[in-house]
Design a protein around this ligand. Structure first.
Ligand SMILES: Nc1ncnc2c1ncn2[C@@H]1O[C@H](COP(=O)(O)OP(=O)(O)OP(=O)(O)O)[C@@H](O)[C@H]1O
Length: 591
């Protein structure tokens, strides 16, 4: 029996793998989700847990190949996968291109010709070519880029809409066959190695071996009991020790702090590697400072993966895009205002991305969670400087109490060299509040010199079509590629609605529709039903309707989840939060 781990880079593939898992023989098939470096982390763990083969896809598969020493099989992109995505992209009103290796582009070019579609196809021979090609396409007015994970990520970094080519069942079955072949060859070699490993596993001391690129290539059982490999690999002290040992080619010993304990670590140079032997030192513990935890709730990190480009062809959005360009060439504060859920954070992230390297985290500070007297300790830290180029997005500045407004103004006034660069948001234009004295005038004048207004979605309905297509394409990596578009009358229904929760609400509705649609297109009837449910006034009596307890635990659980979801206006994040589960669990339980 082959013990295989499938590491899927997006959630949709997970569901498909679950089905296949029931069908295959000869395999013990386990499935985990993990994109790129997350996938590598999972793969390293799996290798250690005795898996024989890893199956993954695209860029994630390539990275895993470099990180582990068991066979890694890549799920190839097939013609069916390309056909599905082209059918979806037909619905976009913007200039589109397919960029990828020849396995993707050759088939794609033929399909576009047969269907008479105006989608450009460009072939690359190395990942490193992607950036230049996309930059060029952008210059020529292309906005939608279709491709594999790396292409899609690069597209996003450049502010383009990236659409991922997701895999179908045929491709996975091929990969499983390939996995069988590789396993046979590999298992013979492994028998020899495992003898030596079992000897090291008997050792009471944690042992880790690094290669010259400072990556962990081996760790014994004791090591895994004591540490997570990533903490050790990322420790600057360990890196320094390895570098010194490699340089001097002599044994070195240091005391290093890992996992709240001190360790005496001896590093021995080997041929092309450094072996580390760990011994516990008895000094101990560093406590988490009081209040630090509370402050941390007010801070959220966003990575470049959460960034999407600002979509919409309406005049107001075109104006917003111009302002984003204009305010990105300086470092001055930008104040973004507009109703909830209509893209304020996205606009702030776009400015940040244009000013900085997109890989840096974007840090959000929640105005409503800040406490009086805390701001100073919190912001003066080098923290923001170090992690986000000194940029803070202060969300909901209109929720700050008078005391905190004052504190904030003092911080800005005393920050003579403007170390902190502010991006702020509010739901309304605060001029009225400034006039009535409920918002600090000086603070408003300091931060509000560059302003962006995001009108509600109901005042820019022409954006809805683009947004719907963008959201559908974003859902493919999460739930699979079943839905490729909306019927025109379904779209008209969506465009007619008033969207009190703006783009955020549209996004949730599309997700809801996507999940409940079992054919390729979202139909008008489904849209009407979901919107009608949104319109229903909250029925307080409903809470009194007892849940039917005459079912299995699973059925009762489903009723509870559905009820909470309805009470939260179909907002999955809020429902999941109330139920104390994550969104993917919530969704899986509802299926
Ligand atoms: N123009 C747009 N193009 C693509 N996605 C968008 C656009 N506007 C908003 N979104 C998406 O809608 C969601 C809500 O947007 P965002 O969080 O930026 O709104 P917000 O105004 O900051 O919300 P809140 O006031 O509730 O904090 C996000 O997932 C965002 O990516």
């Amino acid at each position: 029996m082959i013990k295989a781990l499938v590491i899927v880079p997006y959630e949709g593939l997970y569901e498909m793998m679950k089905e296949i898992q029931q069908e295959v023989k000869d395999f013990q098939l386990d499935i985990e989700i993990g994109n790129l470096y997350e996938g590598v982390a999972v793969a390293k763990e799996a290798e250690n847990n005795g898996y024989h083969v890893i199956i993954s896809r695209g860029g994630t598969a390539s990275l895993i190949q470099e990180a582990v020493s068991i066979p890694v099989i890549d799920i190839q992109v097939t013609g069916y996968d390309v056909l599905r995505i082209i059918t979806l992209v037909k619905g976009f009103s913007r200039k589109s291109a397919i960029v990828g290796f020849s396995n993707i582009t050759q088939g794609a070019a033929t399909i576009c010709k047969i269907l008479d579609l105006d989608i450009k196809t460009l072939t690359i021979s190395k990942d490193t070519e992607v950036k230049e090609i996309l930059t060029n396409l952008k210059k020529h007015g292309y906005e939608v880029i279709i491709g594999d994970v790396v292409t899609v990520q690069t597209a996003k970094q450049l502010g383009l809409t990236g659409v991922l080519i997701t895999s179908g069942k045929e491709a996975i079955m091929d990969a499983l066959e390939e996995a069988k072949r590789s396993y046979r060859i590999f298992s013979q070699l492994q028998q020899d190695v495992s003898l030596f490993q079992s000897i090291l596993d008997c050792n009471e001391q944690p042992i880790g071996v690094f290669n010259i690129e400072e990556k962990l290539v081996y760790r014994n059982e004791r090591f895994n009991q004591e540490f997570h490999w990533m903490i050790v690999e990322n420790s600057n002290d360990i890196k320094k020790l390895i570098q010194e040992t490699a340089l001097t080619k002599e044994k070195q010993t240091r005391t290093i702090h890992i996992n709240q304990s001190f360790w005496n670590i001896t590093a021995c140079p080997q041929d092309g590697a450094i072996a580390l032997f760990f011994e516990k030192n008895l000094s101990n513990q560093s406590a988490v400072q009081d209040g630090e935890r509370e402050a941390k709730n007010a801070i959220e990190f966003r990575t470049s993966a959460s960034y999407v480009s600002v979509s919409g062809k309406s005049e107001p959005i075109q104006k917003v895009l111009k302002q984003i360009e204009q305010y990105s060439v300086n470092d001055k504060a930008v104040w973004i205002y507009g109703e909830k859920g209509n893209g304020k954070e996205l606009a702030a992230h776009a400015i940040y991305a244009k000013r900085n390297n997109l890989y840096d985290p974007f840090i959000v500070l929640h105005g409503e969670l800040l406490r009086t007297g805390r701001l100073k300790d919190f912001i003066v830290e080098d923290f923001f400087q170090k992690y986000a180029n000194g940029v803070i997005y202060l969300k909901n500045i209109d929720h700050l109490s008078a005391d905190i407004q004052k504190e904030l103004f003092d911080i800005i006034k005393n920050d003579k060299s403007a170390k902190i660069k502010w991006l702020v948001s509010s739901e309304s234009n605060l001029e009225e509040k400034v006039k009535s004295g409920t918002f600090d005038r000086e603070l408003y004048q300091t931060l509000g010199q560059q302003k962006i207004y995001l009108p509600p979605l109901r005042e820019r309905r022409e954006d809805i079509e683009d947004l719907v297509h963008v959201f559908i394409s974003e859902l493919h990596p999460k739930y699979g590629n079943g839905v490729v578009g909306t019927r025109p009358d379904a779209l008209a229904e969506l465009a007619d609605y008033d969207w009190p929760g703006n783009v955020e609400q549209l996004k949730q509705v599309i997700e809801q529709l996507f999940k409940q649609t079992s054919s390729y297109y979202i139909e008008k009837e489904a849209v009407a039903a979901v919107l009608a449910r949104l319109e229903q006034p909250e029925k307080k009596d409903d809470a009194l309707t007892p849940i039917d307890l005459n079912g299995t635990l699973e059925e009762i659980e489903k009723q509870v989840i559905t009820k909470v979801l309805e009470e939260e206006g179909l907002n999955q994040s809020k429902a999941a939060k109330r139920l104390g589960i994550n969104r993917s669990t919530l969704w899986r339980k509802l299926k």
